[in-house]
Design a protein around this ligand. Structure first.
Ligand code: NIG
Ligand code: FE
Length: 417
């Protein structure tokens, strides 16, 4: 494994956690930036970094690499994706742009159900191939660590197929991947008049099998009006937790029905969406280590979304992470760069708050905080160089791919700009 000496870095973004905790409040907006910096990489890990003048000339074992006055920062961690699915739903997306409601489409058996049908029909190899290609695209845009959910199977066998695809993906790549069993995403149409039978199937059949095979790190639910109730979500999350799957929730995407109080009761690792969270909800999360994952691509695509929701989370002293929510229904964009730009340009985050949200805090939301998402000695050398010199250019030059080089555990992956 090659050792590298990276020099001529215009600015190095030293995003780091706060005593092994996610960043919140004022700390969310603080990052040390080292001008005219170097990095030493050895054995796939970050060995040292700092200001050029502080470095004694490195030995010949380090291959020198001119970083050409670029900005270098930890590679992005995407803490919320639905990467494994077949088919696409552009017709439904267009209908929503003309006023149709996401939840009504879902209750009529379209939306998620269409992706469920297409995912069931696709073979293991087809799903794997689709997911592999998407992972390569994500990497091109600077994402290395990633959380991937199931949830387009619903039936035990198809959920297991999705989770096994993620397991295979993990074997074939060097990306840190966290796996989430999205145990309650939609009620299958065939259970329309037998809700409780479906919940029992999830509780008694699917969750135990997922846990037995060690297929997931997390368990997730779509806690939403007319989708899954607080009581149903609570039973599912607690069952998962009893078998070692740590809880996460899709909550407050459309309506506030008590998902955040539930998140505090089950000590969720993250609570995701949070668009309609009330001030009382935010108060409940204060002081906990639950990370609020905002998904700016999805909220951008939802007409009711408030513009102040992300800002309020930071003001309430809750650690905020940003994810893409990459999925065929609400967000087909996998660029964490665009998510950062939206969060700054539309939702009022500062540049440094947004950088911490796609690196340090998203690594916590994905449970990957011990290996990636930070510029720290001993961490995996997962970082990106960008075709800009200064962090202020992040929202200024927007909507394009600014990634110049990517380092994946110390291996250089080069792309055309
Ligand atoms: O996070 N809200 C639930 N799940 C996804 C959308 C899934 C879909 O529409 O296919 C989300 O937005
Ligand atoms: Fe989602």
């Amino acid at each position: 494994m090659a050792s590298y000496f990276l020099y001529n870095i215009a600015n190095l973004v030293v995003a780091q956690s706060d005593n092994n905790k996610p960043l919140r409040g004022k700390r969310q907006g603080e990052i040390e930036v080292i001008p005219d910096a170097y990095i030493l990489i050895k054995g796939g890990l970050i060995e040292a970094f700092g200001r050029k003048e502080t470095l004694v000339t490195p030995s010949r074992e380090y291959t020198p690499m001119d970083m050409q006055q670029s900005l270098v920062m930890p590679a992005f961690v995407d803490p919320h994706t639905h990467l494994v699915f077949a088919g696409s739903r552009e017709k439904e997306f267009a209908m929503r742009l003309h006023g149709d409601s996401y939840l009504e489409i879902l209750s009529k058996g379209y939306g998620i159900h269409q992706t469920v049908q297409q995912t069931e029909s696709a073979s293991f190899d087809e799903l794997l191939h689709l997911a592999q290609n998407r992972l390569i695209d994500l990497e091109r845009y600077g994402t290395v660590g990633i959380e991937i959910k199931s949830g387009y199977g619903l039936k035990p066998a198809v959920e297991l197929k999705q989770l096994r695809v993620i397991r295979e993906l993990k074997k074939r790549t060097n990306h840190p991947i966290a796996t989430t069993f999205l145990a309650a995403h939609a009620l299958p149409m065939e259970f329309k008049n037998k809700r409780e039978d479906y919940i029992q199937q999830v509780l008694e059949e699917t969750i135990p099998e997922v846990a037995r095979e060690g297929l997931a790190d997390f368990i997730d639910v779509f806690c939403e009006k007319n989708v899954f109730s607080i009581d149903e979500c609570e039973r599912i999350l607690l069952k998962g937790a009893s078998l070692g799957l740590r809880p996460k929730l899709h909550s407050d995407e459309f309506f506030s029905i008590g998902g955040i109080p539930l998140a505090t009761r089950v000590e969720a690792v993250s609570v995701d969406h949070m668009i309609t969270a009330t001030d009382e909800d935010l108060q409940l999360l204060q002081g906990s280590d639950t990370v609020a994952v905002v998904l700016p691509g999805t909220s951008f695509n939802i007409p009711h979304a408030r513009l102040d929701y992300a800002r309020k989370i930071i003001e309430a002293d809750i650690p905020l992470a940003i994810g893409t929510d990459f999925n065929p229904g609400t967000c087909m964009c996998y660029s964490q760069q665009i998510m950062m730009e939206l969060s700054i340009l539309l939702y009022g985050l500062t540049i440094k708050e947004a950088i911490n949200a796609v690196t340090v805090n998203s690594s916590f939301a994905a449970g990957l905080q011990e290996s990636t998402g930070m510029m720290k000695e001993g961490y995996r050398a997962d970082f990106v160089s960008m075709n800009i010199r200064d962090v202020d250019e992040i929202p200024y030059i927007w909507g394009i791919n600014k990634i110049q080089r990517i380092f994946l555990s110390g291996d250089k992956v080069e792309f055309e700009a």
